[in-house]
Design a binder for this molecule. Structure first.
Ligand SMILES: *Cc1c(COP(=O)(O)O)cnc(C)c1O
Length: 232
């Protein structure tokens, strides 16, 4: 039975996060999203046993498959809060009612599609604006200079509730680059808040960089490898 030590790792990570909050001085609360992608439903169970009720998947279908595998036979599964952390195709926006939070609102066209779903469901969809601080070609999201204009436009979309910002640092970035990216995400959250959005969340930090992210104010860290080991 793998994943037996997830609880131990979670406890250790929570201690490290508390230290990073103290060093950073932002006094924020930090939630861990346990990223279970590529692992089976037993990883979700291990997270739940560790008290990590927020679970992240980057593909809609994989998340739906795990939800289906767990529903019914596992009463505790109803407590799991599912986060969609990867790119969402517009034709899959209809599945957003299965998720607590969409982390990767990465284009105006997706925002329009999500808004339509929110209206249809009679309940706004909670989403984070993905900001591509480093301007990487290979990553989605809004470049910082576009955030202000989009923030104003998004105010018109009542089917959408923009509760913060998500970002990913470039792979292999050194510490000063990490801090520049995370500070840029924090600034983007300010822009959203000034435009009238209830933008409180900063989803940033993965296994390799979460402590720097927390020092820079992350309220959500998305952790896979440090909890469950390397993916195949
Ligand atoms: C896979 C993934 C993570 C987790 O990555 P680790 O380095 O394994 O912690 C976080 N965020 C996103 C968007 C991911 O796709």
């Amino acid at each position: 039975m793998p994943f037996l030590d997830v609880t131990e790792r979670a406890t250790e990570i929570q201690g490290l996060i508390a230290g990073a909050v103290a060093r950073g001085g932002h006094r924020q609360e930090v939630r861990i999203v346990a990223v279970t992608k590529t692992h089976g439903p037993d990883a979700v169970e291990a997270a739940w046993r560790a008290g990590l009720l927020d679970v992240g998947e980057n593909k809609v279908q994989e998340a739906l498959d795990k939800q289906a595998a767990l529903s019914g036979s596992r009463p505790w599964a109803a407590e799991v809060r599912w986060h969609l952390i990867g790119h969402l195709q517009r034709n899959k926006a209809k599945f957003l009612d299965r998720f607590r939070l969409l982390h990767a609102l990465d284009s105006s066209r997706l925002a329009d599609a999500v808004h339509a779903i929110g209206l249809q469901n009679g309940e706004p969809v909670n989403a984070l604006l993905q900001v591509n601080v480093a301007g990487e070609e290979t990553k989605g999201g809004f470049v910082p200079s576009d955030v202000e204009m989009e923030a104003v436009r998004l105010r018109e979309l009542s089917g959408l509730r923009v509760t913060g910002v998500m970002t990913m640092a470039p792979f292999g970035a050194d510490e000063s680059e990490l801090r520049r990216v995370f500070t840029g995400a924090r600034a983007a959250r300010e822009v959203l808040a000034r435009a009238g959005h209830p933008a409180r969340e900063l989803s940033m930090g993965m296994s390799g960089d979460y402590l720097v992210a927390v020092e820079e104010g992350a309220t959500i860290v998305r952790l896979g490898t440090v909890l469950f080991g390397a993916r195949e």
